[in-house]
Design a protein around this ligand. Structure first.
Ligand code: SF4
Length: 276
């Protein structure tokens, strides 16, 4: 049996026109990608300016994402709003405030668990990073190919690759936090097969389960490679966003291959003559 794997650059180009709805707004994926790039640029400026005034806004963005526990976006934004109103300066960094913010946000994973994560992260940022976010992001980018496995932040209890990468994705286009909706589309497109060359590294295992560390490292390496295949026209974060929006609009649990611009060029779509 022979099947062709769709070309990364051509496929992504075609997907940019697909309309996707999020938070009540419907627009082409091209627009979602462009807005996300602008957000990373804006956040990156906070880091590159190296002003002490930016330390707390950057910390709050990290905390927002490091506290995510399979919760709905709405709950995540409530935690963020509470962090912003409670932690405004370095003088506000104490446990009473962490607990109050989480309690007000009805943090679903529990105030004790959440405040422990915040305390550990704050301690790490103060005593290991010395508030030097720029050096931290530079190091992450230098070690992007191996998913920055040497990051001391990963030794904090309950900080997984996925949460750390979600936080990094605010500042770097090389880190995406993969979810099952994205990896389902990736699998249907046949793009996992582009990952065979990486399997000499036994830290990685081909698979599409982001909850498995070896699969996760494989997916990170694969997205880096897909980005290279587009000659950098699409970053790993762009590709993650494009597949996420495709999953939301056309290629969800029930795929609508008839409405997908890839259609017969997709190894799955080729065999799905009706919308399944
Ligand atoms: S053709 Fe079907 S399976 Fe393939 S990406 Fe499009 S919707 Fe998904």
């Amino acid at each position: 049996m022979y099947f062709a794997i769709p070309d990364a650059r051509q496929t992504l180009d075609r997907l940019m026109a697909v309309e996707s709805t999020f938070d009540g707004t419907t627009q082409p994926i091209r627009q979602w990608v462009s807005e996300h790039r602008a957000k990373i640029k804006e956040n990156r400026n906070l880091i590159e300016n190296e002003s002490p005034a930016n330390d707390i806004p950057v910390l709050n963005m990290f905390l927002r994402d490091l506290l995510v526990r399979a919760i709905k976006g709405e709950m995540g934004s409530r935690v963020y709003e509470e962090l912003l109103s409670t932690i405004k300066s370095k003088e506000d960094l104490h446990e009473t405030n962490y607990r109050e913010a989480l309690k007000n946000a009805n943090y679903r994973w529990g105030v004790d668990n959440g405040s422990k994560v915040i305390s550990d992260v704050v301690h790490h940022v103060q005593s290991v990073l010395h508030w030097n976010w720029r050096v931290y992001i530079e190091r992450a980018e230098n070690e992007k190919e191996t998913n920055f496995q040497s990051d001391p932040m990963l030794s904090i209890k309950n900080i997984s690759f996925k949460l750390r990468d979600l936080a990094l994705s605010n500042f770097s286009p090389h880190y995406a936090a993969f979810d099952l909706h994205v990896t389902r589309v990736l699998t249907r497109l046949g793009w996992l097969n582009y990952g065979f060359p990486f399997l000499g590294n036994t830290d990685l295992e081909m698979g599409n389960n982001p909850g498995n560390d070896k699969n996760y490292l494989f997916l990170h390496r694969l997205f880096d490679s897909l980005s290279d295949m587009t000659e950098g026209n699409y970053t790993p974060v762009d590709i993650d966003r494009i597949l996420w929006h495709l999953g939301k609009s056309v290629c969800g649990a029930r795929s609508r291959c008839g409405a997908c611009p890839i259609g017969g060029g997709c190894p799955t779509g080729k065999h799905r003559t009706t919308d399944d």
